[in-house]
Design a protein around this ligand. Sequence first.
Ligand code: COA
Length: 306
Amino acid sequence: MWTSTKQSPLEASAFWPDTSTYRRSSLSTTMADIIFDYVPSSDLPTALEIEQLGYPPDEAGTEASFRLRQSQAGNLFLGAYESNQGSRTLIGYICSTLSPATSLTHDSMSAHVAGSSSVCIHSVCVAPTHRRKRVGLALLKEYVRRLEQAQSEGSGSLERILLITHDDLRGFYERAGFEWLGPSSVVHGSRPWFEMRFNLSANKERESETQILDTNQQLPPGVLEALQRRPDVIPSSRLISDYPNGLSDLLQPDTTTEGVSVNKFDLLCPRDGCGSKILKKGVGKWVERASVQVNHIVVPPLLSAG
Ligand SMILES: CC(C)(COP(=O)(O)OP(=O)(O)OC[C@H]1O[C@@H](n2cnc3c(N)ncnc32)[C@H](O)[C@@H]1OP(=O)(O)O)[C@@H](O)C(=O)NCCC(=O)NCCS
C-alpha cells in the first residue's frame, strides 16, 4: 500500500536481525492455528520483511515508519500469528495511524495525531506463503471488530477507518464491510488509487436505535397505543385577549421565590383540536424585558381596477 517514502536517520539497518522467521511457517495452516495480537517491537523485522514481499519498493513502508507506527500507535498495529506448540510466528499484519482528516491524503498519512477520529490504514499485508487462505480477511474483520468495540466502549473518538487501494482489491475490503468512495486524491506510482471507508459511527447509531427499540419493547402492553391515541376530552382553552386584565390575570406569585411570578394556568397548544400541554401551571417564570420599538409597515392602498 502507498506510504511515505521519506527516509529518516532512524533507518539504521543494524535494527534488523535475521528476518527469515515467517518462511519457517507451515503451509498447512488452518484458521484454528491463527491468533491475533498486537505486534511487539521484537516482531517488527518480520513485519518489514512481509511488507517488502508484499509491495513494490517505492510503496513499501520503511524500518523507520514501522518503528514510528508501532511506538506511537501500537494498538493499531495488529498481527496474525501462526501458533504452533506454544510458539508463534507473524504471518500478516495491519498497521495504521490516526488523523483528524475525514479523507486520506499525503498529509493525513504522514503523521499520527493521537485522539483523532480517523483510523488511516497504511498497510494490510499477508506473507506470500499464507495468502488466499482467508488470513487477510479474518485479520481485517478482527481489526474492525476491535475498533468497533473500542468505539462503543467510548474510548477515544474513533469515527471511521480509511484506506486507499487499487481496484482489484475492492471485493476483498467490501467483504469486511468497507464502502467504495471512488478515486482518491493520492497520486503515487502509475496505477490509480481508490478510497474506501468503514463507518464506525454507524455502529453507534445502530446501537442507539436498538436501545430505543429495546426500551419500547419493555413497555407494558397498551402503553404505546395509549400515548398515540387522541384524548377523548380535549381541554377547552381561552386566549390571553379574553382576560379583562390581560397578563396580570395570568400570573401568580411563585411560592418558592419571592418577587417572581409564574404562570397561573397550563399553557395549551392553540391548534384546532389539539390542546396538548406546552407549559404546565407554575413552571414558567415571568421575565420583563426592555420593550422593543417595532417599525410600522405602511401598506399602500390597493389600486382599484378600472
Ligand atoms: C491483499 C492481501 C492482504 C489479501 O490477503 P489474503 O490472506 O490472501 O486474502 P484472503 O485469503 O483473506 O482473501 C479473501 C478474499 O478476498 C479476495 N482477494 C484476496 N486477495 C485478492 C487479490 N489479490 N485480488 C483479488 N481479490 C483478492 C478474494 O475474493 C478472496 O476470496 P477467495 O480466495 O475465495 O477468492 C494479500 O494478498 C497481500 O498481502 N497482498 C500484498 C499487499 C497488498 O497488496 N495489500 C493490500 C494493499 S491495499
